[in-house]
Design a binder for this molecule. Structure first.
Ligand code: ZN
Length: 298
């Protein structure tokens, strides 16, 4: 039985060959999302470059702390849903025990891709045995949240804001469903149902952000925190991460994420059935315009 399909042919135009930058300084690896012209929208090219960078930092004994940053005005506007470099239908060398997605029919294609590129990758990155800090400025939206949340600590600039507006697409949150672990349930409910922006200040009140600093001090203050982590015992850092993760697991984080992943994909499939498009025909421009209008911006 041949239940595979012919992969679709799509044109992809990458604006850069370096969607992620990597540098080390004083035993800190600085990993920087580098699609500033597209607010660091995450395409597959970036995801795999990010995985390469995390692998490199993990395997290099000279690196004792990792900072994840975003180049430009915003940390990340989320998954790429509309740049010329959108590459949902491109095959990459999968890093997890997941088959190729591009030759799978109907809902199986996206289900397979997002297990590999979103949920699976994020879980792997969360488990990196070295301390990680997300350094967040500007927008940290939808898929951007996933990248910040997999880090152990979050340092945000005063102008940073957080948002998951995908309920507008009929989808119950992005693929890495940490919302109700990052925020108290009723606040997570509001965050998801209304899909509004949450300021860094409000996020800090709930413990979603560790520290807020002035924009022009962001790198300096993050570097200071990273230097402290570098000075802590390597094994202590790793064990501490696992101890906190274990508490999250006892609270059911993995099971909650697995359950939501399937709701997320039921929603993608419903969108496809109703509108012929897994994200309800909403592209980046329409989503950004709606987000700005909702936030009272022009
Ligand atoms: Zn999805």
């Amino acid at each position: 039985m041949n239940d595979l399909v012919e992969p679709a042919k799509v044109g992809i135009v990458y604006e850069t060959e370096s969607p992620v930058l990597y540098e080390t300084d004083n035993q800190i690896a600085w990993i920087t999302l580098n699609r500033p012209d597209f607010n660091n929208a995450q395409n597959g090219q970036m995801t795999y470059a990010l995985d390469d960078a995390f692998q490199k930092a993990t395997k290099d004994d000279a690196v004792r702390c990792i900072v994840l940053a975003g180049n430009g005005k915003h940390f990340s506007a989320g998954h790429d849903i509309g740049t010329p470099g959108r590459d949902v239908l491109k095959h990459f060398d999968n890093r997890l025990m997941v088959p190729p997605h591009i030759n799978k029919p109907a809902a199986e294609l996206l289900y397979t891709r997002e297990q590999e590129q979103y949920l699976g990758m994020c879980r792997r990155w969360r488990d990196i045995p070295k301390p990680t800090i997300a350094m967040v400025q500007g927008a940290c939206v939808a898929g951007g949240l996933m990248l910040a949340w997999v880090c152990d600590l979050i340092v945000a600039s005063e102008d940073a804001f957080f948002q998951d507006p995908v309920n507008r697409m009929g989808i119950p949150g992005v693929e890495y469903f940490a919302h109700a672990f990052e925020l108290p349930p009723r606040v997570a409910m509001e965050f998801l149902l209304l899909g509004e922006r949450m300021s860094a200040e409000r996020a800090e009140q709930f413990g979603m952000v560790n520290r807020i600093v002035a924009r022009d001090q962001l790198r300096q203050e993050t570097a200071k925190m990273a230097a402290k982590l570098v000075a802590q015992p390597r094994l202590g850092n790793w064990l501490t991460k696992q101890a906190v993760h274990h508490v999250e697991e006892l609270r059911g984080k993995r099971a909650a994420m697995d359950a939501q992943y399937h709701m997320h994909h039921f929603a993608h499939a419903q969108n496809d059935l109703v509108a012929g498009n897994s994200i309800a025909g909403l592209d980046a421009t329409k989503m950004a315009a709606a987000n700005k209008a909702d936030a009272g911006e022009n």
